[in-house]
Design a protein around this ligand. Structure first.
Ligand SMILES: Nc1ncnc2c1ncn2[C@@H]1O[C@H](COP(=O)(O)OP(=O)(O)O)[C@@H](O)[C@H]1O
Ligand SMILES: O=P(O)(O)O[C@H]1O[C@H](CO)[C@@H](O[C@H]2O[C@H](CO)[C@@H](O)[C@H](O)[C@H]2O)[C@H](O)[C@H]1O
Length: 463
């Protein structure tokens, strides 16, 4: 006999308590109100489990967000795996995270293989894509803004948690790069989308097209993440007081150079696949100026830098047209993976909380370069917050400058332009990112705010 669904009112109450505790919930610490189930559809009706696909609308600090929340309902929790129940201990039936139910995830893989349609959900494969034999998916447990299931040893399905009507840039740009056979990204295998023009799906505009719900791509088992590699190199340098950066076994400069080359390749392929154009400098800095004003309003410690920062943006505003094309938009070392052969850039989603239309506007590649330069600074400095050791500070700066230089060298080897020669533009993007980081750290990791604050001071002092 099928498991009956929990009724809407009860489920809404359960979701209200459960959502804020999920690591992918983007409104941590902010008021959650207005929880409403916008769409609810049976995905798998088995004798022992009911898996449902939900889209849930919420207000976070009064601002609307829509989350994708698959749930499972069963008489008991499956096995001993962590299931993240919505129901309190001892409840019957139990409701838990649908991405943690083995029958639900295996069924997802089967639908992908069959390119099926389940209600409004459409499963799509890229031509020639290979998938593993039917098997359950296991969730990656890292800090993520989405939820990624790994099937077998070479398929990953990233289920987007915050959804907006339309094509997600992660799928869009992976598809564009596949057309260029770009070696610096994981290959796209397929995606899941929701019918366009489906009022229940929240997309009332046929012109926007289907809404992307998930992306299937090659999983690079055993790849090392760039942030982990860079910070290990810094740790080793700090531990070897007698050695110069290039004498330490985990010296990162060659990797930074290769990473620069990989980012440049992604940029040239994105430009070729999606087209390039120009935008007026004044238009480009509009958002930077607005971010500066908002940052100063939120973090009083920035007010002394405001005039000098405005001057940096003014220089770009007066510089005329700037070449632009689609870029990654949110690049840092945590978005890079080193396989035995090369560097891979992941997560082309852009800033998940920004509107999709904004994320798809062509931008200067300097945005991505600035993202990596800031990340190299973070890797070098983040363990030194509050540490009063001039020698270590010197070594951190030395590591950062050496790696920034190597990254730019690698970039220039592939691109027609050397980031070190893009002066005012790169300075403005780096400052913009550092200001964003001051706000991000103030909200999320106050102990780290000195890292981007130091960068703001340094960038402005160099002017
Ligand atoms: N293609 C891949 N192969 C192997 N691991 C990956 C791949 N893509 C992502 N990962 C791992 O998953 C983590 C989160 O991926 P990411 O795309 O940044 O997700 P999110 O959008 O949820 O932040 C990465 O830090 C990386 O460790
Ligand atoms: O979760 P996202 O990948 O969208 O990025 C957010 O979180 C990042 C932290 O994980 C944050 O990055 C900042 O810290 C990193 C080190 O933890 C550092 O490498 C980045 O350069 C620095 O910006 C990112 O800003 C934020 O948007």
């Amino acid at each position: 006999m099928s498991i009956p669904p929990v009724e809407d009112g009860t489920l809404t109450r359960l979701l209200t308590d459960w959502l804020p505790a999920q690591r992918w919930f983007s409104g941590k610490g902010l008021a959650l109100t207005g929880v409403r189930i916008a769409r609810r559809e049976v995905f798998l009706d088995d004798p022992d489990v009911l898996v449902e696909h939900l889209l849930v609308d919420v207000l976070v600090d009064g601002r609307p967000q829509r989350y994708q929340v698959p749930i499972a309902t069963a008489a008991e929790l499956p096995g001993d795996r962590r299931t993240f129940p919505l129901t309190p201990e001892g409840a019957s039936p139990v409701v838990y995270d649908g991405l943690r139910d083995p029958r639900g995830t295996e069924s997802l893989l089967r639908h992908l293989a069959g390119q099926d349609e389940v209600g409004g959900l459409r499963f799509r494969l890229v031509p020639g894509a290979t998938l593993p034999e039917p098997t359950r998916g296991r969730l990656l447990e890292g800090e993520q803004s989405n939820s990624s299931l790994v099937f077998g040893d070479d398929l990953m399905v990233k289920v987007f948690r915050l959804v907006q009507p339309g094509l997600n840039p992660d799928v869009e740009l992976h598809a564009a790069l596949a057309g260029r056979e770009c070696p610096a990204v994981a290959s796209l295998r397929g995606w899941i989308e929701l019918d366009g023009g489906d009022t229940d799906g929240g997309n009332t505009d046929d012109a926007i097209g289907p809404t992307t719900l998930a992306m299937a791509q090659e999983f690079l088992a055993g790849a090392a993440d760039g942030w982990a590699m860079a910070t290990a190199s810094v740790r080793d340098l700090f531990a070897e007081a007698d050695l110069l950066a290039d004498e330490v076994g985990t010296d990162f400069a060659d990797e930074s150079r290769r990473l620069g080359a990989a980012v440049a390749r992604v940029h040239s392929d994105l430009a070729a696949a999606t087209g390039s154009t120009t935008r007026d400098g004044a238009e480009l800095v509009t958002a930077m100026r607005a971010r500066l004003d908002a940052a100063v309003a939120e973090v009083p410690g920035l007010s002394g830098f405001a005039d000098a920062a405005r001057a940096v943006f003014d220089e770009v505003a007066d510089s005329g047209p700037v070449p632009v094309h689609r870029v990654h938009g949110d690049l840092h070392l945590g978005q890079t993976l080193r396989t035995p052969d090369h560097w891979i850039i992941i997560d082309f989603e852009g800033e998940p909380s920004a509107p999709l239309a904004e994320r798809r506007v062509p931008d200067s590649p300097a945005r991505d370069v600035a993202g990596i330069l800031r990340s190299l600074d973070y890797a070098a400095q983040h363990t030194l917050v509050g540490v009063d050791d001039r020698q270590l500070r010197f070594r951190a700066r030395e590591w950062r400058d050496r790696n920034v230089d190597a990254f730019c060298t690698g970039y220039a080897e592939v691109s027609a332009s050397d980031p070190r020669e893009t002066g005012a533009l790169l300075r403005a993007y780096t400052l913009d990112k550092a200001l964003y980081e001051v706000v991000y750290e103030t909200r999320n990791r106050p102990g780290w705010v000195a890292v981007p604050m130091g960068a703001v001071e340094r960038i402005l002092a160099a002017g």
